[in-house]
Design a protein around this ligand. Sequence first.
Ligand SMILES: [Zn+2]
Length: 108
Amino acid sequence: MSNFVWCHGPSCHKSHTQDRIRGVKGSKVLRTKKVPVTEYHRNTMYSYFCSQGCYNDFANKHVREVIAIAPRTEALETPINVTKEQDIDWGGNSYISTKIIAVDNNGG
Ligand SMILES: [Zn+2]
């Protein structure tokens, strides 16, 4: 079992960085980067992409397919209570702050 995957960024192999250069003089290439498989990155986008840029390139290229997995056809809502509370700032001045508290409608 290998301990890496190839970055899924569609243009990873086109970035001009020294750590992508492979091959011998006269036949050098820019190669897709390896992404180490670690417990720290498990189940995150960093399990498949070497950078935020490569992730963005992939997401922008495949956005329609990704959205088709779980399309949103209506807005979601979270029930809340809004209250105003008097508070004291770091300088000892009082001010009114707005508190938003999610309401648990499931018997909570
Ligand atoms: Zn990459």
